[in-house]
Design a protein around this ligand. Structure first.
Ligand SMILES: Nc1ncnc2c1ncn2[C@@H]1O[C@H](COP(=O)(O)OP(=O)(O)OP(=O)(O)O)[C@@H](O)[C@H]1O
Ligand SMILES: [Mg+2]
Length: 355
């Protein structure tokens, strides 16, 4: 159920991914937001390019250092990998941690690379340990040590691969082993986007979707941005939903009231909370007096899966300060009660944050 949520930051279907593809920025110039990261990348890419121009010897051409991007889903990690390879003028090869089940899968990928190419590994935290060991020499010296035979006959064969740039993406940087993490030259945490950045992204998307100029009014777009949970993927999805609603109910004309009506129909409120968020918060308030309560207890009451609540409901509620995680369990905050019109928490209610 949760994966079908309109405000889910993860991809919901291949059709959506296809629609999103057209909305992706192609160059660093077009990329909105994450200014620190973009600046770091601009400098690194320009330095590499100028050194490449100066180098006379093809053998010693430098490539961009390996880049690790981590942060919540839907913030543009995959998009950035493509942008970087476009800027470098090289090809990007895409794979993911779970797809590289054995060392030989990695060898197959690495031997296909041309000098300077980008290898993008999504969900790199799910790379099996056995494959991780293969990747260390590849990242450092562009060689793969393959072990043939076992026991007395065991021998290692070295296979060289072209110098490449690895771009790793993960939503769970904490799960990455420290030897792997330390082999990345550029590590960056992607942050949630500010409202004006989302308005900018929505504006660009509205243009690409060929929506009329009056629909790109910034007050209408900022209404969508406010409900997007700081995430471009959600912003684009809401925009498409609102466009459908406007086409059917308002001759294609967007207005504040149309945005409101369209998103209310989808159960998304003024700050981007949906039914699942609201039922989670009100369960804690009504059944558990605002907490502290263990996640398992809330999940059992709601008949939901604990993993779903932890991964898709809690992160945003924690971020906007509606929920506190304490040593003794989850607790609501006064702000959450105010927003949902729930009974106020008693004055004696104190929050004791987790270390
Ligand atoms: N800076 C941006 N400017 C414009 N659009 C963006 C930007 N960042 C992301 N998007 C849009 O958001 C969508 C999701 O981005 P992307 O697929 O790169 O996220 P992700 O971080 O890889 O997510 P996941 O962790 O789920 O793989 C893209 O299709 C793109 O349209
Ligand atoms: Mg991605």
């Amino acid at each position: 159920m949760a994966t079908e949520r309109l405000i889910s930051p993860t991809e919901t279907s291949p059709v959506e991914e296809h629609a999103n593809w057209a909305l992706r920025p192609k160059t660093l110039d077009e990329y909105v937001g994450q200014p620190d990261l973009i600046e770091r990348l601009l400098i690194a890419i320009q330095a590499v390019k100028s050194r490449q121009d100066a180098a006379s010897d093809i053998e010693h051409v430098e490539q961009l250092e390996h880049v690790l991007l981590h942060g919540p889903p839907g913030l543009g990690k995959t998009t950035l990998a493509h942008v970087i390879s476009t800027e470098l003028g090289t090809k990007v090869h895409t794979t993911s941690g779970p797809a590289l089940a054995r060392g030989t899968d990695l060898v197959a990928v690495l031997t296909r690379l041309q000098p300077g190419d980008v290898l993008f590994i999504d969900e790199i935290h799910r790379l099996p340990v056995a494959v991780e060991e293969f990747i260390y020499p590849a990242m450092e010296d562009f060689r793969i040590d393959v072990c043939l035979d076992t026991g007395l006959n065991a021998r290692t064969v070295q296979i060289n691969c072209a110098p490449f740039t690895l771009i790793g993406a993960t939503t769970r940087a904490g799960l990455l082993s420290s030897p792997l993490r330390s082999r990345f030259g550029i590590t960056h945490h992607l942050k949630y986007y500010a409202e004006h950045e989302l308005v900018h992204i929505l504006n660009r998307s509205a243009n690409l979707l060929k929506m009329s100029a009056s629909d790109q009014d910034s007050s209408t777009l900022s209404q969508i941005a406010e409900r997007s949970r700081g995430t471009p993927r959600i912003a684009n999805r809401l925009l498409r939903r609102v466009r459908d609603y406007a086409d059917v109910r308002a001759d294609g004309q967007l207005s504040d009231s149309i945005v409101d009506a369209a998103l209310q129909l989808e159960g998304v409120d003024a700050i981007g909370l949906d039914d699942l968020d609201r039922s989670y918060l009100s369960t804690i308030r009504k059944v558990y007096n605002g907490g502290p309560v263990g996640l398992e207890a809330v999940a059992a009451t709601m008949n939901e899966d604990t993993g779903t609540l932890e991964d898709v409901v809690e992160p945003y509620l924690l971020q906007i300060g509606f929920l506190a995680r304490t040593r003794r369990g989850r607790m609501l905050t006064q702000r959450a009660c105010e927003h949902l019109g729930l009974e106020k928490l008693p004055a004696s209610f104190t929050e004791e944050p987790l270390i």
